[in-house]
Design a protein around this ligand. Structure first.
Ligand SMILES: [Zn+2]
Length: 199
């Protein structure tokens, strides 16, 4: 399988990237390190990686690009692909990006669906189980609603109107440790129980 990472690493030599991005490469394949105050070239460019003898920075051509332009690795790989025309003849390189985006959209929609259902439930609980006797122990469902509504409301909004980066982070957070799976399962059980009660 060919990802944009593998493609640019295979196609773009370290030296070519460094020169394109304005670093002056000397006869020994050394450049002045862009990551520390470097008066004499102390960063060595190898075929497939760089290493700075001054500050210890090291990495491959994607890392160099990401750090030079302060962009995430995936964006750096795409920038290299664009700048060096990698994958123009082979559409296969772009395939994983579309594929990843499709998977992300599906995850995002699933998180939206589960959170909206949970939010509706919490809103109902807050209304139905509001304590009538101030001295009595409040119902667990009322307590949960009070604790969670604001957070769930915020996350639901974020998934709809957030920037791509915010949405990616929110989806990652929700999918971590099976959080969404557990919530989905719990909502399903609550739905089943409610149906049985009304039947
Ligand atoms: Zn350095």
């Amino acid at each position: 399988m060919s990802s944009v990472f593998e493609a640019v690493k295979a196609a773009v030599p370290m030296r070519a990237a460094a020169e394109r991005f304005g670093l002056e490469v000397n006869y020994a394949g050394m450049v002045r390190c862009p990551f520390h105050e470097d008066h004499t070239p102390s960063m060595k460019l190898y075929d497939d990686h760089f290493y700075c003898f001054g500050c210890g920075r090291h990495g491959d051509v994607v890392d160099l690009t990401a750090e030079l332009f302060c962009i995430p690795p995936y964006d750096a790989a795409c920038k290299l692909a664009d700048d060096f025309g990698v994958g123009d003849s082979a559409a296969v390189v772009r395939q994983p990006a579309r594929e990843e985006l499709k998977i992300f959209r599906e995850d995002q929609l699933r998180c939206q669906r589960v959170l909206s259902e949970y939010l509706r439930l919490l809103t109902g609980w807050k209304e139905w189980y509001e304590p009538t006797d101030p001295d009595a122990e409040p119902d667990d469902r009322y307590v949960e609603a009070c604790q969670m509504i604001e957070t769930i409301d915020y996350l639901t909004d974020l998934l709809i109107v957030g920037t791509l980066e915010q949405r990616v982070r929110a989806v990652d957070l929700l999918l971590a440790d099976g959080k969404i799976d557990q919530l989905e399962e719990r909502l399903r059980r609550l739905r089943d129980a409610a149906e049985k009660e009304t039947a």
